[in-house]
Design a binder for this molecule. Sequence first.
Ligand SMILES: C[S@@+](CC[C@H](N)C(=O)[O-])C[C@H]1O[C@@H](n2cnc3c(N)ncnc32)[C@H](O)[C@@H]1O
Length: 221
Amino acid sequence: MEEYNDTMKYWDNIFGQANIYDPRKVIKIQKIEDGISWLVKDSKSIIDFGCGNGAVLLRSLYKGIDYGYGIDISNNAIKIANKIIRELNLENKVDLICGGIGKLNEIDNNFFESAILFNILDNLEPEDSINLIKQIHRIVKPNGKILLKLNPYITAEERKEYNFIEISQEFYKEESGLYLWNLTEDKVHEIISPYFIIERYEIIEFKEFNTINRMYYLRNK
Ligand SMILES: C[S@@+](CC[C@H](N)C(=O)[O-])C[C@H]1O[C@@H](n2cnc3c(N)ncnc32)[C@H](O)[C@@H]1O
């Protein structure tokens, strides 16, 4: 996990300064709220890898999920989520653990009905990203749902502005210390299609940050 020390520091710093929030409130970005509605329909359990402060995971509980399980490398992120869980008496409905991708080995095959992967798959080392896809495929039951959100593809022109350090082809370390596996649409299809079927694709605009995210509604094969 040492290779993620800078990632951990970055997110511990962000979540160390973050406030608690209310997961009973509708998420302001309608496409995310709609994605969660699709995810929770006919689904009782959910795993969120890279769950951060639990915003999407806890929202899923209020939209119909019975049991949620979150994993995140940032202890400060988990602390915030746990504070909210205690305040809202959700202890029996959710478990959170601090750790990395290795924690997924401890979970049985087909254990969860659905999964959330929000802004994590393209921020890992490529080898770990592929492992994450395989693990989620193994852990989620066949035909289960996965909601995947990715960063935008950064063009060569945009990369000049960002001072990325290139580690290997299309794999960078950003100035922040975060990794970016810069995935084209074709590459996304190549890596996920052996394991998942894409049911729907959405572009989410974040106007205030002048950026977009890509969101995929996936069905486990
Ligand atoms: C962009 S944030 C997204 C948080 C959350 N999924 C959301 O959408 O609100 C990325 C999260 O992934 C976590 N993370 C990054 N690398 C990780 C790793 N190798 N193992 C586990 N969590 C990781 C970070 O700590 C951070 O909380």
